[in-house]
Design a protein around this ligand. Structure first.
Ligand code: GH3
Ligand code: MG
Ligand code: MG
Length: 370
């Protein structure tokens, strides 16, 4: 690391007689959205069509819930539709089990209200289909039965239904049960959002926003086995800031953090999105480059090294320069591939060599130097 005040000539940390030995450890159905829910002429029922709602307006009102109503009887569909249309649900209608399956696949409704007895598919079969095709989002299923038979209820719940209503149902009860379903869906959504966030956090280094050791190792192992299978090149680079401890000791931990963040940005901006760079820990970083010849990989790292070298940090009125050393190991396309842990160890050895040779440089591992 070099620093200079505006009046003082710059000098390098680590060159004031201090030993340079490293102290770091080793590291089919038609779309029926809001369509007329049944054949008006055939049933001669008054049109109480739900006003078409766009996705946008659904979101504005905060009631972004899709409800699929499945019943072969137009009258039954209407009886479900009427109370729900006064709420701002987005309604989809299916007359058969197959139509319901198709609409479910296409629109992934939050809630399905289905008749237990249909001409083509049984309610049980439809429940099972919905459950087996549910991805990470949950759909709440309310079954409508004509009977009060407890066996039927048990079958429905066993097939994946969450709730049931006996026909003829009470309008208020339908709305209340749908509201329970929506509460459940809301909880699932919150849980899913939090789980995704936790998964992301578990793989991300909080200070730099880069993938952490665990994430980069998992990704790199995948890349390495891909390279072995398909014969493409792969380079593993370990980079370490030089005399970084002195940044902390001289200017404080926040200054050190700022350097780590800037170096991360430099790494990120100089690597392709198909490559990966991450923080192994402390002031040590890893870059994995694929589909690059050795000279191209070295050129990428050289660009990174130079960009950091010419970056000036200002801490407490001092202008400071920080450098980094790099070790590189890997193989060209169609060369014998290595496993990630071996390449990382070789890159680490090369990094030590770079440190011994004076820092602010790139060294290639023995196998990669030819
Ligand atoms: P070398 O050139 O041999 O790599 O020397 P160095 O000083 O960079 O290496 P050393 O292992 O002696 O010191 C690493 C320092 O990195 C010590 C530690 O306080 C600092 N460090 C590790 N993690 C963080 C961090 O998250 N923030 C800050 N500010 N410093 C960190
Ligand atoms: Mg270190
Ligand atoms: Mg260091």
């Amino acid at each position: 690391m070099e620093h200079q005040t505006t009046t003082e000539k710059s000098r390098k940390f680590g060159e004031s007689g201090e030993a340079s030995a490293r102290t770091r450890s080793k590291p089919a159905a038609t779309n029926q959205i809001c369509s007329t829910p049944f054949d008006m002429q055939a049933t001669n029922v008054r049109d109480v069509r739900v006003p078409a709602r766009t996705e946008g307006s659904m979101r504005e009102t905060g009631k972004d819930y899709k409800v699929l109503i499945v019943d072969d009887s137009p009258v039954s569909r209407k009886l479900v539709e009427l109370p729900l249309s006064q709420k701002q649900y987005k309604l989809y209608f299916a007359k058969t089990g197959q139509e319901a399956t198709n609409l479910f696949e296409e629109h992934r409704p939050d809630l399905v209200i289905l008749d237990w007895v249909m001409p083509d598919l049984s309610g049980e079969e439809l429940c099972r289909r919905i459950r087996s095709s549910s991805r990470d989002a949950y759909s709440y299923i309310i079954v409508l039965t004509g009977s009060t038979d407890k066996d039927c209820l048990v079958e429905a719940l066993d097939a994946g239904a969450d709730d049931h209503l006996t026909k003829p149902f009470h309008r208020g009860e339908l709305l209340a049960r749908v509201a329970v379903g929506i509460r459940t869906i809301e909880l699932h959504r919150q849980l899913r959002t939090k789980t995704r966030l936790m998964e992301k956090l578990a793989l991300t280094d909080a200070l730099t926003g880069l993938p952490n050791r665990h994430a980069i190792q998992t990704w790199a192992e995948g890349q390495l086995s891909g390279a072995a299978r398909h014969g493409y090149s792969c380079w593993v680079v370990v980079g370490d800031l030089d005399h970084f401890k002195q940044v902390n000791d001289t200017f404080g931990h926040d200054a050190g953090d700022a350097v780590l963040q800037k170096f991360s940005k430099i790494l990120k901006s100089n690597t392709r999105s198909s490559d990966i760079c991450g923080r192994l820990g402390g002031e040590e970083f890893l870059v994995v480059l694929t589909y690059a010849a050795k000279d191209d990989a070295v050129a990428v790292i050289e660009r990174i090294r130079k960009e950091l070298d010419r970056t000036l940090f200002t801490f407490g009125g001092c202008t400071v320069r920080v450098t980094a050393s790099f070790g590189l190991a890997g193989f060209e396309r169609h060369q014998k591939p290595s496993i990630f842990s071996k390449l990382q160890a070789l890159a680490d050895e090369a990094l030590y060599a770079a440190k011994r040779a004076g820092r602010n440089r790139i060294e290639l591992a023995a196998g990669a130097a030819a």
